[in-house]
Write a protein that binds this ligand. Structure first.
Ligand SMILES: [Zn+2]
Length: 437
């Protein structure tokens, strides 16, 4: 068996892992774009077909851990090559919905958008419709490779780690994960019940937080509590967070509900929340319900009369249309009562950070509102990474990916034996070949 890390050993985002059996079956785990640097798309060499072709050579299937753009991004090109693509059911639906919303907006501005861009978006939707969905805990066989997805908590609502069996060896690829989301409590029981006893040979794990300060890492429950306190202080709360983070929006929703207010959303966000309710929210034990969501489209009179009197929470994004809505709803409101809660990675609005986005910075400073930062990461803390390594206790190697260059996995509190297994350079361990590019 050969494991190849094409990308991700020294960068966050854009990870590509290949697993090939001795008989020639081959899968990839994730194939997305590099994270953009600021407002510009990173000059991603894999955006060029001639660079991606060698990676796709002989690949039978691609498995996506979740729907973030640094994990899925070449669906159209891959589909043209006739390679099967697998993803979780909700991830597939969310990706299609996102692209359909983009297509809708392009068609509304048809005069100013190039036809080839419209065609590319439609082709992407067609490719996504061809994705095969997997189910948690159910094996998928690709030649002589067996892949079993297990649900993990992350800032994308439908995320998985993969247990891969090949040539008598077992690999655990964690994808992006955390244990402090609402369903994060399931992480260790899942590993204990389904994985630890399988004697994992190689653990491939994310290490995003190795190089970031995780001292402010709080649980979603605590974040919900802090959001509630903010809403007691401010009557009009605008929240900037990602549209597909079910946990974060639930925290904001429940804090809003506690004040007897409504959570105002645009049409796109409303359909995303509806999808969360129909999937994560199915069954009697679920917490993923959003009864206080309210779509303001076509209901402006009601919003202007009722919500402005009562107070509200409004989910916002940095685009022209939503800015128009903010202008309208904020007009004449007491600015002392208005607050923007920024609930995303702080690097985007920090001029000193490489991820700094001028447009996001301008947006948060465009209005006369109080600013509050309220966020917790979608990634595992150092403590959680340590616990997972100890629990999985891989026999041959730990390969850390999705981590900043220079961050040291051995700085975790691991036993000397486990530290000796951390592998960031190509090696052959027994009959497992590891190639790190
Ligand atoms: Zn992610």
């Amino acid at each position: 068996m050969t494991i190849t890390i094409h990308r991700g050993i020294n960068q966050i985002g854009g990870c590509i892992t290949e697993i090939a059996s001795n008989n020639g079956s081959k899968i990839l785990i994730d194939l997305g774009h590099n994270l953009p640097e600021g407002d510009n798309r990173d000059n991603d060499p894999l955006d060029k077909a001639e660079n991606i072709d060698p990676i796709l050579e002989g690949v039978n299937a691609i498995f996506y851990t979740h729907s973030h753009g640094d994990h899925v991004g070449f669906e159209t090109y891959v589909a043209k090559k006739g390679i099967q693509q697998y993803i979780g059911t909700l991830s597939k639906a969310l990706l299609i919905q996102l692209r359909e919303n983009l297509l809708y907006n392009m068609e509304r501005r048809k005069k100013w958008v190039k036809q080839e861009k419209i065609n590319a978006m439609q082709a992407s939707i067609d490719a996504l419709n061809g994705f095969i969905t997997f189910e948690p805990n159910k094996q998928v066989k690709i030649g002589d490779i067996t892949i079993t997805p297990y649900y993990v908590s992350h800032s994308a609502a439908d995320s998985y780690m993969f247990l891969v069996e090949c040539d008598g060896h077992t690999i655990l690829h964690t994808g992006d994960f955390r244990d402090h989301g609402y369903r994060g409590k399931g992480l260790l029981p899942t590993i204990r019940t389904y994985i630890a006893h399988r004697k994992v040979d190689v653990l491939i794990t994310e290490g995003t937080m190795l190089g970031r300060d995780d001292s402010r890492m709080i649980s979603e429950e605590t974040l919900c509590q802090q959001a509630t306190e903010l809403m007691q202080k401010y009557k009009y709360v605008f929240v900037m967070c990602t549209t597909q983070d079910a946990d974060r929006i639930l925290s904001i929703h429940n804090a809003t509900k506690a004040q007897g207010r409504r959570m105002l959303v645009d049409g796109y966000q409303w359909t995303v929340l509806k999808k969360f309710e129909d999937t994560l929210g199915a069954g009697p034990m679920t917490r993923y319900r959003f009864p206080k969501k309210y779509c303001y489209h076509k209901h402006w009179d009601e919003v202007m009369n009722e919500d402005r009197n009562r107070g509200f929470t409004m989910l916002v994004r940095n685009n022209k249309r939503i800015r128009g809505h903010i202008d309208k709803i904020m007009e004449g409101l007491d600015k002392e009562q208005c607050c923007l809660v920024y609930s995303q990675f702080k690097g985007y609005i920090d001029p000193k950070h490489t991820a700094f986005m001028q447009s996001a910075y301008d947006f948060i400073n465009a209005y006369d509102w109080h600013f509050e930062y309220l966020h917790t990461s979608g990634h595992a803390s150092r403590e959680t990474l340590t616990t997972v390594c100890n629990l999985v206790n891989p026999r041959l190697a730990i390969i850390p990916i999705h981590r900043e260059a220079g961050s040291d996995f051995c700085s975790l509190n691991l036993s000397p034996e486990l530290k000796s297994k951390v592998c960031i350079e190509s090696a052959t361990l027994e009959d497992v070949k590891i190639i790190i590019k």
